[in-house]
Design a protein around this ligand. Sequence first.
Ligand code: HEC
Ligand code: HEC
Ligand code: HEC
Ligand code: HEC
Ligand code: HEC
Ligand code: HEC
Length: 381
Amino acid sequence: MDCLACHDNSGSYLKAAGGAGNPDATVDLTKVAQHVGRPQRTNCGTCHFFGGGGNNVKHGDLEMALFDTTREVDVHMGSDGVDMSCVDCHTATEHQMKGKLYSISSMNRNRVLCEECHSETPHTETMLNEHTRKVACQTCHVPTYAKVNSTKLRWDWSTAGRLRDGKPYEEKDALGDDTYMSIKGSFQWGRNLEPEYAWFDGTATHYLLGDPVTETPVRLNRLFGSYDDPDAKIIPVKVHRGRQPFDEGNRILVQPKLAGSQAGDGAFWRDFDWQRSATEGMALVGLPYSGKLAFVETEMVWPINHMVAPKGQAVSCAECHTRDGSRLAGLRAFYMPGRDRNPWVDGLGSLAIALAIAGAGIHATARAMSRRRRMERSLER
Ligand code: HEC
Ligand code: HEC
Ligand code: HEC
Ligand code: HEC
Ligand code: HEC
Ligand code: HEC
């Protein structure tokens, strides 16, 4: 990517479609050059809000609503609040920008952490501060994501290729989100979603093309961490589920050839022939193809880090510490008072929860004002 993708503040810089990264012929480069500056939300968002072929397809918490938003949607980026830009958190020294995306990154380094601005113990309530050892800030402070527009939750490639009168077509739901596209298959979307939860120690691994498939669903990325891992915390995630082409003979995922320059060259998006596009695609990436095409379930995990809600909307004690329908119902192998049965510890735990609920809120309000002023000052610095 070039400098102006991040540094144009005129809002008029544009790449030519299919132009190999060159600026569009309509761009007034003199005007753009006269308006270079610090990256704004529009610079970063123009790429990150639309990854995967449309608004909010990938992340669920990074979407065009954040171009201009309110504290209600995102306490940090709301223009009625501190109106932060991406690079207030994703700071950069000599262009080494902080922040990891675990669909590609694997290491626990050079990350953005909430604690850098807020410390590990930002609450007046000891009970809340104790939770930050095992529960990430985001888990309590991002109760829902995709708060404005929907995000894609499921992508089924196996239905792709249906034609009407010999032509590809698209279907949309009432909100205008694609539910079917001949070139890509069927989709399911969701809005105002509760995240799923996972243990995470900052390290991850990925399925790479050619890796043998040993389990289904195939996990395209996998986050490491468990209760016993001192570095691991519970984080909120979006799980993107899919059904993707698979070589049943060699038991590897298939890279189909999708785009092509002319009809008949085997590109799925022109010829709609799975066999041809699998054969051509695998040849292009230098992998064997047995000719036995099937479809296999896949999963990809996307950590949720944005759309932090106002503090009053933080996940409440009872949403986790409850026997039925706990947000953490999917995470087992550790004891949680209220959720799990143990008469002795349970009694004490419930008492502690009851006392903490009674105590919470008493100091909170007074502290809030001075804390906010302190943070705003640190941000200005
Ligand atoms: C992916 C986005 C991105 C791209 C591409 C990019 N920059 Fe930056 N640049 C940043 C960020 C982020 C900062 C730090 C801004 C801040 O913290 O105020 C920065 C800072 C700078 C600064 C201020 C001095 C410094 O190093 O902090 C200059 C000058 C600069 N960039 C020039 C360039 C040039 C020239 C290019 C192309 C060769 C370029 N940038 C490409 C994101 C980018
Ligand atoms: C021209 C498009 C483009 C622009 C502009 C852009 N990015 Fe990215 N960014 C990418 C791509 C592509 C990746 C690789 C991950 C992927 O495929 O989604 C990436 C990766 C990242 C990562 C993960 C890095 C890692 O090592 O795991 C972060 C964080 C990020 N970008 C933030 C930003 C911020 C903040 C800005 C604005 C200063 C910005 N990006 C501007 C395209 C862009
Ligand atoms: C209040 C701080 C904050 C702001 C503002 C912010 N981010 Fe992030 N972002 C984070 C944190 C924390 C992470 C997790 C990074 C890590 O694990 O290293 C993250 C992660 C990411 C990632 C990796 C994918 C993910 O969600 O895990 C991308 C891409 C990204 N941010 C882009 C952006 C863009 C684009 C903007 C502006 C529209 C932005 N961020 C604004 C805090 C922030
Ligand atoms: C177990 C859930 C939980 C965890 C984990 C958690 N918080 Fe909170 N947080 C809350 C609740 C509930 C409130 C509202 C308390 C109140 O209003 O008195 C709150 C309030 C806050 C406030 C406002 C404080 C004030 O006095 O105005 C900030 C800032 C904050 N949390 C940041 C964080 C950060 C940063 C982390 C991670 C280090 C974190 N929280 C972890 C539940 C949690
Ligand atoms: C670059 C510094 C910075 C980072 C990093 C940061 N915050 Fe904040 N945070 C702020 C500032 C400044 C405010 C005050 C915003 C306001 O009150 O309008 C704030 C406010 C908050 C509040 C209080 C909202 C309220 O209703 O009063 C919560 C909760 C919070 N942040 C959680 C987080 C979480 C979770 C993360 C990590 C994903 C995070 N913050 C990362 C600077 C930061
Ligand atoms: C996001 C889910 C979540 C929320 C919200 C939450 N907790 Fe917890 N809580 C946990 C987890 C996970 C543990 C287990 C931590 C451990 O074993 O270290 C835990 C542990 C506890 C314990 C046992 C502490 C110990 O040292 O064994 C008590 C008591 C408790 N929580 C009370 C509360 C109260 C009171 C609130 C509301 C103010 C609350 N929790 C909010 C997830 C949550």
